[in-house]
Every structure is written in C-alpha cells, then in structure tokens.
Design a protein around this ligand. Structure first.
Ligand code: NAP
Length: 501
C-alpha cells in the first residue's frame, strides 16, 4: 500500500516495558481514531521485541504510521547498547515497516556517515532534548542542521511562560525546515497545542489512561476535540487562563467549546504562571500574541500593576479576573462582581437587603464591593478578625465575629472561602443554623457542597457556585469576542468537566 508522504498531526507516545501492553494501548488508540504511534523500543526488555511488535501491528493495521525510537540512557532513555547497535535496531524497525525513526543528536553526530541507512524508506528525525531548561533554540538548530535528516525535533523544558515563545519561534522563523518543537513540563503546555498550527510537523499526545512519557502531556482526544489542533490556524486568536496551580481549571473546557460553537478561529489555553513570573508572562502575551486571558489565584491583585487601563469598580475592588488587549493597551475588569450580584438580584432586591459575606479574600472582596455598590447592607465574617475588619473598612461593610453573625438572620449569605471545595469536601463554615434565607456558595467543585446539603436540610434557597462561574465566563467571552456567549454550550462543557474532575 502506498504510504502518504506527510505524517499525521498527532503522535501518541507509547512507552511500556511490556510488549502486550504496548500493543494493547496502540489498539485502544486506534479504536479511538488515532493512526500515528511512537513505539519506544528502549522501554522494552529487548528492543528486538519492539521491532517484532511493529511488524505484528502493521500487518493488522497497514494504514497506521509508526515512529520507532530507541533512546540511549545517556539521553534519559533506557537503552544501554552502543550507538552502532542503536542505529542497527532503528534500521530493523524500518525493515519491519516503521515510517519514521527518531535518533538523538548526540548519537547522530557520532555516526553521521551511517545515517543514510535510515533514510529513503523512512524519515529520519534527529532530535535534541533538554530536561532542565530552554536554552537558545537557534543555536541548537544550527548544531542539528550539520547532520542531514528529514526533520529536526527540538524538545526543551519550560521553566517559565516565555520559554513557550522561544520554542514556538523556531518553527516560525524557519518555515522551510521540517521541524517538531515542544517544551516539556506543565509550563510548556501551550507548545503542545500551538506547534502544529505554527508549522511544526506534528505534536505529541499521551496514551489514554496511562502515564505519558513526558510531563505536561495531554491526550490525543483533548488535542483533537477540545483544543482542535487540526482546526485552528496560525492566525487564530489565543486566549487562556493564568493560575498556579492551573491544572484543575475547567475554563479551557468551557471557553474552547464556546469558540467551537461560534465557529471562531480561536483557542484557549491553561498557562501555569508562578507568582514571580507575571512579568515574564506578559513578555509571552505580547509576543505570541495573546488576545485576552482569565486571571485566577494567586494573580488577581498583583496583575493590576501590569495593566494600562482598569475599570473603576475593579480598581476599587483591587482585583481583576479578565484581561484583554485593545488598541495596543492591556485592559482589565472584574467579571466576578457582576457574577455575584446578577444571580442574587434575581431572588432579592439588593438595595433593600442584608447580606453576610463569609471570607475576606479576593472573591469575598469582589462580592462585598459589588453589593455595596448596589446599595446592599453588607456584613463580613471570616476566620481572621483583623483581616475581616480591614476589608470591612475598605468597602464600608460591617465586620462581625462568627458568633455575632450566627446570632442573626440575613436575607442572603455569600460564601467565599475554599471550605467544602475538593479535596476539602467535608468542610463547612456553618455547623449549626445557617443565618440566611438565601445561600450563595461560590464553591463549584464539587457541584453539591456540604453547605448545599446543609442549606437544603434547613429549607434554604440555594444558588450554586457554578452559576457564578458561568456568569463570569460568559461575560469574559463577550468582552473578548464582542459576540453573545453560547451559555447552554458553556454550561454543558462545565458540567462535563466537573463530572470527570
Ligand atoms: P483567596 O483570595 O485565597 O481567599 C480565601 C479566603 O478564604 C480567605 O478569606 C481565607 O481566610 C479564607 N479561608 C481559607 N481557608 C479557610 C478555612 N479553612 N476556614 C475559614 N476561612 C478560610 O480565594 P478567593 O479567590 O477569594 O476564592 C475563595 C473561594 O471562592 C474559592 O473556593 C474559589 O474557588 C471560589 N471562587 C469561585 C468563583 C466562581 O466563579 N464560582 C469565583 C472566584 C472564587 P484568611 O484570609 O484568614 O486566610
């Protein structure tokens, strides 16, 4: 059968010490619609077993593409043989039907004259790996191009957000060089999603329900159906969320589905940004460029110093959760505020009501300021009386001790601490009577919190945190795109993401 000359866009890296397991995972991915697999021969007790596995697999599935790799332990692989033996194994893999082989530059430089053995019938991919950092990528590529190959693969480790740009920039600045780029680690996640649209030959995915071979990997299903790596173009608008940690965020699920529903050439990515890396993130955001992003813990307050225009309420609150660039200027607002007052105002008249805010962090602050702005009489309670007093003073609310709050009955209560949030699902600020008729819990993971259960048992009306989440996300979507947010799609995506988290 004639083989296509290009490689598929997504390669599933399969590194297993057992041949049966390797084949089982390859078949499972095949059943899910995938066709491009990297067989890590070095993971097996003997690489020859892997060569046989390639033959067996391709006999049954001739349309599939296999990339064979037999990484030496000097390059964090598991193969202990000589470079000559390594090349001989890759040559055998090609004889067995592998359409591409991956040989690290350290080996390739030593046997450059013998590499023609590996070309012609298959693609020779010469690869560079750095498991520590992202050094100057241009220098790396120059070194690699001294060895003739069909493609060059540059894999580094992202330590900071701007490392994504240094890696992606390689494919941008060398459009004629067949290249595969990737920054490992959670901080390099963006490279896995963006690299193919930016000219990379393919990207790597982890097998379903198994340990990947490199940190920060995603499944092919997510790359294909959530991030739509085969659909968005190089001109796609890039959005995202910055957080630390960011892995738990359901925002990529919600916003990517919304872009898909509105048929937009756009993608939304999770960016791991450690507290001292905000400035570095803006370097990436300017260069990539990023059109807008959500901001969550721990950056909502510190982000203000990097913004040129901040709306007055967000400035008073001192927290921003939505950023976008317009006319060359970074702007910020706070969609959490409206996301609290919106659902509450459907149940009570804010200007005539008393509301108890529980907590004194960023979300409590947004709620307190927004409610006071709406004319509500706000009281605040929390575990640290000094911090409660400071917030109450800043926004014009009444500070209360826990026993004072529990002795009263408010029209509504807004819970804004992480109590009850996964994994602390057995926590609830109130052990006894909940001192409000209407209870708004900001926590949305799990959907059914202990506060929700206690509210139901005490006959209270309850507003779940997911409503706030969806309200603020819908507002973000509208600010960024100027289009109406597809709320039912966003809600379905959020529910699905929470069901599996
Ligand atoms: P934050 O800035 O870290 O503030 C957390 C607040 O909770 C602080 O007042 C902290 O008190 C208090 N707290 C933490 N652990 C506590 C405990 N065990 N007992 C009593 N109080 C405790 O966080 P945030 O941004 O305000 O977020 C708070 C919650 O709201 C989180 O669960 C977050 O997921 C949720 N939230 C939901 C949405 C949504 O869309 N539904 C939006 C924003 C936030 P100290 O000051 O004494 O440390």
């Amino acid at each position: 059968m004639a083989q296509p000359t290009t490689l598929p866009r997504i390669c599933i890296a399969l590194g297993f010490s057992d041949v049966d397991k390797l084949l089982e995972h390859a078949r499972r991915e095949l059943d899910a619609g995938e066709s491009f697999f990297e067989f890590r021969l070095d993971y097996l007790a003997s690489p020859e077993l892997g060569v046989e596995a390639i033959r067996t697999f391709l006999a049954a599935h001739p349309d599939c593409t296999i990339l064979a790799t037999c990484r030496r332990h000097q390059n964090q692989g598991r193969y202990n043989g000589s470079i000559e033996e390594q090349v001989a194994i890759l040559a055998a893999a090609i004889e067995a039907g592998a359409r591409a082989v991956d040989l690290e530059i350290e080996s390739a430089e030593n046997v450059a004259a013998r590499l023609e053995l590996l070309r012609g019938k298959a693609k020779l991919i010469v690869s560079y790996h750095n498991f520590e950092a992202t050094p100057a990528t241009e220098t790396i590529l120059r070194r690699m191009q001294k060895v003739s190959a069909d493609a060059y693969k540059v894999v580094t480790t992202a330590r900071k957000p701007s490392d994504n740009m240094r890696v992606l920039g390689l494919s941008k600045s060398h459009p004629r060089v067949p290249i595969i780029v990737l920054a490992m680690g959670e901080a390099g996640f963006a490279t896995r999603v963006l690299s193919t649209a930016w000219g990379g030959l393919y990207t790597y995915a982890a097998p379903m329900a198994a340990e990947g071979t490199a940190s920060g990997q995603v499944s092919a299903k997510q790359l294909r159906h959530l991030y739509r790596v085969e659909k968005f173009t190089k001109a796609a608008k890039i959005y995202g969320v910055i957080a630390d940690p960011v892995r738990h965020s359901i925002s990529p699920n919600v916003h990517n589905r919304a872009f898909q529903a509105r048929r937009m050439d756009a993608v939304y990515l999770p960016f791991l940004v450690h507290p001292p890396q905000l400035k570095d993130f803006f370097e990436l955001a300017d260069k990539l460029p990023i059109s807008g992003f959500s901001v969550t813990i721990p950056h909502k307050q510190k982000i203000l110093r990097y913004l040129e225009i901040v709306d007055p309420l967000a400035r008073r609150i001192g927290a921003v959760n939505t950023v976008w660039k317009k006319a060359g200027k970074w702007r910020g607002t706070n969609t959490d505020a409206e996301a609290v007052t919106g659902p509450l105002s459907k149940c009570i008249r804010l200007a005539k009501s008393t509301v108890l805010v529980v907590g004194n962090g960023g979300a409590a602050r947004s709620a307190a300021f927004a409610l006071i702005e709406s004319g509500t009489k706000v009281s605040i309670v929390g575990r640290n009386p000094d911090r409660v007093r400071a917030l109450a003073k800043a926004c014009g609310a009444e500070p209360l001790l826990k026993e004072q709050a529990e002795a009263r009955m408010f029209d509504a209560l807004v819970h804004a601490t992480p109590m009850g949030m996964s994994p602390h699902v057995d926590e609830c600020y109130f052990d006894g009577t909940i001192p409000a008729e209407l209870v708004f819990d900001m926590v949305y993971n799990p959907l059914q919190t202990l506060l929700a259960k206690r509210s139901a048992a005490q006959g209270r009306t309850f507003i779940p945190g997911i409503q706030m989440f969806l309200n603020q996300a819908a507002q973000q979507f509208e600010i960024w795109t100027g289009e109406t947010a597809p709320r039912p799609v966003m809600e379905k995506a959020a529910m699905e993401a929470l069901a599996v988290s």
